[in-house]
Structure formats: structure tokens, C-alpha cells
Design a binder for this molecule. Structure first.
Ligand code: VG1
Ligand code: CO
Length: 542
């Protein structure tokens, strides 16, 4: 029986870059999940009798949250819920499922690359009918609702068994527990030449894919080892654990250093790859060659036509503003448009829906295409595999050839994690106020060509998003970008993005931090990082 229960609002339920993310104990507060989920439904219209997809990355509190969501969805009038078995669905798999079964929307439970466990992070994100994260106007409506919510509706019923594939009834709502991998794997098979990749593995091509004890394990086991015949043992840490084995499921050079070390060793496989907590990010390291996510986007865009799913070429490319300009050069050469959006996948949805772009990417290890409306970690690995199998060259050779053709964008991101929020806000405010005076100013041999606060005008729905990052631009595409993270759950994280373009092939093999050393020094000076954060050096360099 459905019941209406009185509640009082929490005032901190504003979704960030990618949904609402907080520490687990915050979510465990009385009615915290219920309030947020009811606020989502209160902000939507027309879902009566419709389908909701529900799944998460298996982290601590996934199961508890799913039971609450199902009961609230049933009481609010959804007709059907489709749930991944064991509550497991990667973020791109949720997106794919929403699209293929024409669901009304979906709820993704994840805090992505942030650590899990009882003291770790948890998150709830709502995705709309195109499979993508709700746009800003929806997330703002949800937030507004959370501040005045007075009651929620919930079905009073025993917990649903989510571990066996079957159909059950929860009040008036039908609940279908489905295989977590099947639908997604079929989509991948439709995009890539699985025979060609299988042949490559048969001829001795080797891969190590680290699922980081997070959600991609079952997908990688089924697709890489199962369907494509990669050697057993190719998938590392392939079982999703509620605390990710105590690790930080962030596939970067710091948290996946063991993979980097393997790739640089004499035991290196042809390809090392990894994905994050919820399966939407990717790390690509060839034997002896790390590929920055920005370069990976550019290289995949330049080679996508080799995969069957993109054989007719790409309509355009979109990248988040802090992502390097490497893909811009590919777009120019292909004669397609390049769109520069604020950070966060939700800004790509409209461009993809309007068929203005085919491939999208972010410097934070996110790449994806029009096949879903999320970034997709395994998709990127499979596209790399298909390109490698088609070109029959190493990752290193492909990267070098790419730089020789387009030039190299040296690129690095410096994160100052968990700094004091007031200090971080003051840094941004002070720099924002100083931007006009920076223009024309010289730093060493470099002169500031322009400085602004990035704003985006969505060409499809006409909406405007302001204050999306401070840009200090020098000649020839060199730049420093500053913004505050919208996914952290403790204090503030300052992200500083540093980039320099090098056209001369003879100068394309300098170590990255070295190649950027002057800009790195200016990044401290321009924003007075130490004065505002009390940090001399970043906590994470990627
Ligand atoms: C970070 C990344 C951003 C990404 C977002 C979600 O956001 O910078 O590019 O879209 O995480 O990724 P922020 O606001 O902390 O910089 V995930 O893999 O957490 O869904
Ligand atoms: Co993620």
C-alpha cells in the first residue's frame, strides 16, 4: 500500500557537475534519499505508467538506495522499473538501456571516481529520456523542490529480490530484474568489428584492463575475455566491491600507477586500459606510451571512420572547455564543426540529439559518442582496439604519427584537493576581478592575449551557462584555466589546466611537466595559489 509520509527539507541537496554527491553518512540521514528522490519525481511530468531504469556501480549503500527508489517510484505511479541484477549497471549501460527500451528516464547511483565504503562517497543522478544526465534547468528545479518538500510517497512492501533475473510486482508497478551486461554488449557489437578484434587477439595482441574493483568488471569479462577472446586474466580487479577494495577508482596516473608502471616495463602488453567507479571514464596506455585523454579524443575522432559504427564519418566534435585543443585541429582537417562546452557531460546531450556532433570528450578521461548520452569507458577501449586492429600499428606509432600531422598539445591538470572552501572561492573571485587587467600583461616571454570567464550559449535550446571557468590565454594556443570542482564532497578542489601547443616534430618528445614548466610557474603567480590555498604544490597531477 502506498503511504504519504511527512518530512522536512535538507538544504544541501543541490546537484553538482554530475548529480548529488555526498558522503555515505549524509545519505544515511533520515529521509535524505527519500526527499531527494521525491523531489526528482515532483520536478517531472508525464511519467504515470512509464518506465524507470535503476542501477548503480555497486558501491556501499547501492542496495539500500535502490529499495527506497523502487518503493517511491511505485507509490508515485511509475508503471515499470527495470533494474540491473544485483543493482549493477554502469553509467553508460543505464544510458543505453533507457534508450533501447524507450524508458521515461533513469536513476544512476554512483559517486563515480570517488572512493566508496561506509565513510566514502555516494551519489544519485537523474537521467532523462535521451539517456543523458538531466540538463541544468531540470537539476535546478529538483534543487528548488528539495528546499520545500513536505512529504514523500512510498509503497509499504517487503524489499524486492534484485538478485535473480525475473519479473515481480511492487504495488501497481512491475519490476524487471535484467542482466547488467547483455543490452550494452549488443550495442558494442553493433558499433565495432568484433571479428577483426578477435583476430588481433588470436594473433597475439595483449591487453590488461583494470576494472579497479568497480562496475566495469562484469562488462569487461563478458566482452573482452568472453566475446573477443582476450586471454583469461586480461581483466584485473574484475569483481565489483562495495568499497572498491579500499582504492580510489579513478583511472589516472596517480591511482592507476601500477598500470602505468606495467605499460612502461619490459612485460608491457600492447594495451593497458582502465575505467572508473561507474564505468564512464577510460585510461589508455600503450606499450611505452601514455595517451592523455585530450589526445585520445583527438586520435579517436581522426580514426573513428575505421570502425563500422562510424564508417560514414563524424558530424562534428564537442569537447569541454578545459580539454586541450588537440581535437580542434582534427575537426578543422575533417571540415566539421567543433563545439566547446562547460565541464560535465550534460552539456553534450543537446548537440548529440541535434546530430551536430558524433564524438565528445573531456580532459578528465571521458570520451563518448552518439551511441549513448554519457561518456563511456569500455566504448573508448573498444574503439582503440578496433583502430589498433585496423591500422595494425602500435599505440605509440599512432600517437607519434598524430602529433607529426597535427602538432602536439602538451597538457596537464594540477588538482589542489580538499582545500579550504573560503580560500578557494576567494581565489576565484580575486582572479575573476583581475581578468580585465591581465590582458596584454607579460609573463616571461609570454604575453596574455585574452582572459575571460567562460560562458556557454547552447545553440540548440538557447540556454546560457555562466561562470564556467577562468581562462588566461596566451599566443599559439597556450593557456591556463582555473575552475573549482563540482563533484567533490569535502572542502573545495581547485583544478588548474595547463596547455601549450608544439608544432615542431623535433620538440614533441619533452617530458610533459618539463615542457609546461614556465606555464606551471605562471599558474601559481597569476592566481596566487599559495596565498589562497596554503599549498605550494598540487595533490594530484594528471
Ligand atoms: C569532474 C570532471 C568532469 C566530469 C565530472 C564527472 O568534474 O572534471 O570533466 O564530467 O567529474 O565525471 P569536476 O566538477 O569535479 O571537475 V564522473 O566520471 O564523476 O561521472
Ligand atoms: Co565516472
Amino acid at each position: 500500500m502506498a503511504k504519504e509520509i511527512a518530512t522536512t527539507p535538507y538544504l544541501d541537496q543541490r546537484p553538482g557537475t554530475s548529480g548529488l554527491r555526498k558522503k555515505v553518512p549524509v545519505f544515511q540521514q533520515r529521509h535524505y534519499v527519500e526527499n531527494f528522490v521525491q523531489s526528482i519525481f515532483d520536478s517531472l511530468e508525464g511519467f504515470e505508467g512509464q518506465t524507470l531504469v535503476v542501477g548503480g556501480d555497486g558501491r556501499y549503500y547501492n542496495r539500500e538506495a535502490i529499495q527506497k527508489i523502487l518503493k517511491i517510484a511505485a507509490a508515485n505511479g511509475f508503471g515499470r522499473a527495470v533494474v540491473g541484477r544485483g543493482g549493477i549497471l554502469s553509467t553508460p549501460a543505464v544510458s543505453a538501456l533507457i534508450r533501447s527500451i524507450k524508458a521515461f528516464g533513469g536513476i544512476v547511483l554512483s559517486a563515480s571516481h570517488n572512493p566508496g565504503g561506509p565513510e566514502g562517497d555516494f551519489g544519485i543522478k537523474y537521467n532523462v529520456a535521451n539517456g543523458g544526465p538531466a540538463p541544468e534547468k531540470v537539476t535546478e528545479a529538483i534543487y528548488a523542490r528539495t528546499k520545500e518538500i513536505a512529504s514523500f510517497k512510498i509503497e509499504e512492501a517487503p524489499d524486492v529480490d534484485i538478485d535473480s533475473i525475473r519479473v515481480t510486482q511492487l504495488g501497481a508497478m512491475r519490476v524487471e530484474i535484467v542482466d547488467s551486461v547483455e543490452n550494452y554488449a549488443a550495442l558494442m557489437q553493433a558499433l565495432f568489428d568484433f571479428d577483426r578484434i578477435r583476430d588481433a587477439f588470436r594473433s597475439g595482441f595483449t591487453i590488461k584492463f583494470d576494472a579497479m574493483s568497480a562496475v566495469t568488471g562484469p562488462y569487461a569479462h563478458a566482452i573482452l575475455e568472453g566475446m573477443l577472446g582476450a586471454a583469461p586474466g586480461s581483466v584485473l580487479n574484475g569483481e565489483p566491491l562495495p568499497d572498491f577494495g579500499g582504492h580510489h577508482p579513478d583511472p589516472n596516473l596517480v591511482y592507476a600507477k601500477h598500470l602505468y608502471d606495467l605499460a612502461m616495463s619490459n612485460k608491457a602488453p600492447d594495451l593497458c586500459a582502465a575505467s572508473d567507479g561507474d564505468g564512464d571514464r577510460n585510461l589508455i596506455i600503450g606499450r611505452g606510451r601514455f595517451v592523455t585523454p585530450s589526445d585520445s579524443l583527438a586520435i579517436l575522432a581522426a580514426n573513428a571512420h575505421l570502425a563500422p559504427g562510424y564508417k560514414n564519418g563524424i558530424a562534428g566534435i564537442a569537447r569541454s572547455m578545459p580539454t586541450s585543443g588537440a581535437a580542434d585541429r582534427v575537426a578543422a582537417k575533417l571540415g566539421v564543426h567543433m563545439y566547446e562546452t562547460p565541464t560535465g557531460w550534460k552539456f553534450f546531450g543537446n548537440l548529440l540529439d541535434a546530430s551536430l556532433v558524433t564524438i565528445c570528450g573531456e580532459e578528465s578521461a571521458g570520451t563518448g559518442s552518439n551511441h549513448v548520452r554519457e561518456k563511456d569507458g569500455l566504448w573508448a577501449v573498444l574503439l582503440w582496439l578496433d583502430v589498433l586492429a585496423a591500422r595494425k600499428q602500435s599505440v605509440d606509432t599512432i600517437v607519434r604519427e598524430h602529433w607529426a600531422t597535427y602538432g602536439r598539445n602538451y597538457y596537464s591538470r594540477h588538482d589542489y584537493e580538499e582545500v579550504d572552501s573560503d580560500g578557494a572561492n576567494a581565489l576565484i573571485k580575486t582572479l575573476r576581478d583581475r581578468l580585465p587587467s591581465l590582458k596584454g600583461k607579460a609573463f616571461g616571454a609570454l604575453e596574455v592575449k585574452d582572459a575571460d570567464d567562460f560562458a556557454y550559449h547552447d545553440p540548440v535550446d538557447g540556454s546560457d551557462s555562466k561562470n564556467q571557468g577562468l581562462r588566461v590565454m596566451f599566443a599559439h594556443g597556450s593557456r591556463i584555466v582555473y575552475r573549482l570542482s563540482g563533484t567533490g564532497t569535502a572542502g573545495a578542489t581547485l583544478r588548474v589546466y595547463i596547455e601549450r601547443y608544439e608544432a615542431d616534430p623535433a620538440k614533441q618528445f619533452v617530458e610533459t611537466q618539463q615542457a609546461l614548466s614556465d606555464l606551471i610557474a605562471f599558474s601559481h603567480e597569476i592566481a596566487e595559489i599559495e596565498r589562497f590555498t596554503q599549498r605550494k604544490t598540487p595533490s594530484v597531477i594528471t
